[in-house]
Design a protein around this ligand. Structure first.
Ligand code: PNS
Length: 168
């Protein structure tokens, strides 16, 4: 079995992320989802603990559907390559939605390989989900909009709660 690391901000996890986790489970069998602290994105909505809890709840059905596979959720405040090393994974996986993602991910993949010899594999996101982004989900939720088509069910009430918290 191959073990892969799927790092991200997951602020919050959405259906595109879940698709990448599902593809990784199907292809490799063993997935470590790492909720990273990204210093260049200080304007997030959720704490690391909240993001982890939402990921845990959201991957429940995938675990049940694939009892032979493994999904672990970890928090990591440092570099993705250090998370890859400490979790002993074979490589990193990333989802690609658009050409814009490719530009960013290609640079990160080369940097991670040059810095630490860690390889990255890209997975194409499901076409029906390529428009989804955590940034827009946060923005819609902040103004009370409906994001149920974009996030796993457990995330919906958490977005409403965080939006209310941010306004108080
Ligand atoms: O979900 P995101 O915000 O697109 O994920 C980006 C993330 C967290 C995977 C990326 O910023 C990252 O790997 N951060 C950890 C710090 C790091 O390794 N930086 C060097 C990147 S080459």
């Amino acid at each position: 079995m191959t073990t892969v690391l799927y790092p991200g901000s997951f602020d919050p996890i959405h259906l595109g992320h879940l698709d990448v986790i599902e593809q990784s489970l199907e292809l490799f069998g063993d997935v470590v989802v790492a909720a990273m602290h990204n210093p260049s994105k200080p304007s997030g909505m959720f704490t690391l603990d909240e993001r982890m809890a939402m990921i845990e709840e959201s991957v429940g059905p995938l675990r049940a559907a694939r009892p032979n596979g493994s999904v672990r959720v970890v928090a990591f405040p440092g570099l993705a390559v250090d998370a890859a090393r400490s979790e002993g994974v074979d490589f990193i996986v990333k989802g690609l939605r658009t050409g814009g993602d490719f530009e960013v991910e290609q640079q990160m993949a080369h940097t991670n390989h040059a810095a630490a010899g860690v390889r990255t594999v890209y997975l194409p996101c499901k076409p029906s989900l390529v428009f989804i982004s955590s940034r827009f989900i946060r923005e819609i939720a902040k103004y009370g909009g409906d994001v149920t088509a974009m996030v796993p069910a457990p995330v919906v009430p958490q977005l409403a709660r965080a939006a209310a918290r941010d306004q108080s």
